[in-house]
Design a protein around this ligand. Sequence first.
Ligand code: ZN
Ligand code: ZN
Ligand code: ZN
Length: 253
Amino acid sequence: MKVTFLGTGTSQGVPVIACDCPVCSSLDYRDKRLRSSIHLEIGEKSLVVDTGPDFRQQMLREKVKTLDAIIFTHEHKDHTAGMDDIRSYNFLQKKDMPVYATHSVIQQLKREFAYVFEEVKYPGVPTVKIHEIGSDPFSVEGIRVIPIQVMHYRLPVLGFRFGDFTYITDAKYIEERELEKVKGSKILVLNALQLNHHISHFTLEEAIELVERIRPEMAYFTHISHKLGTHAEVEARLPSNIRLGYDGLKIII
Ligand SMILES: [Zn+2]
Ligand SMILES: [Zn+2]
Ligand SMILES: [Zn+2]
């Protein structure tokens, strides 16, 4: 399995529009963070978790030639806004794009992309095949996926485990019974927004504490704000089994 970090930034991305802070002014390519999502290559299959506003740019940068399915973590715009750009794959692959999402995410997609769900569609709009998921494991193109429910303030969000790899973004709290599903993962991706308390995201310290409890071989942090600090400064202070993700980072599991 190959995982590519398509984006590792929080909802505004880094740099933030009109911000002159040291992180937003940094020349380090690792301080340029598009909105968070990952691309997974498992055998011959190609999947993405989320399609944020930078989806088009991410697919171009990583030269993703085929896409077999999309799995959504939750309905926030920074995770869904790019769904219109699946049209290129609809045209190339000549089929509807399989989309895996919970009931509430599907309802939101129907509101935000109403034209995709009309009976009589305008020619050329994206076409999707919706698969509703819940708390039970499911299969995407023959790949087993275990959903992990996490809380993002009051909004339930799904993390996903694919074999030894678990991806969790936009979490502030994870119940014990859900953490049990994460245990044993070799690679764990977690959100770590910033240093100071936040109502709906783990801080750097909270994310580190969770890694210490789960004890994966390696953990990578994502969904990073400009308030966290520069990549180089923050990473230098982390234990050796925790790295900050950056856009374009690839890991083979
Ligand atoms: Zn988000
Ligand atoms: Zn800034
Ligand atoms: Zn969110």
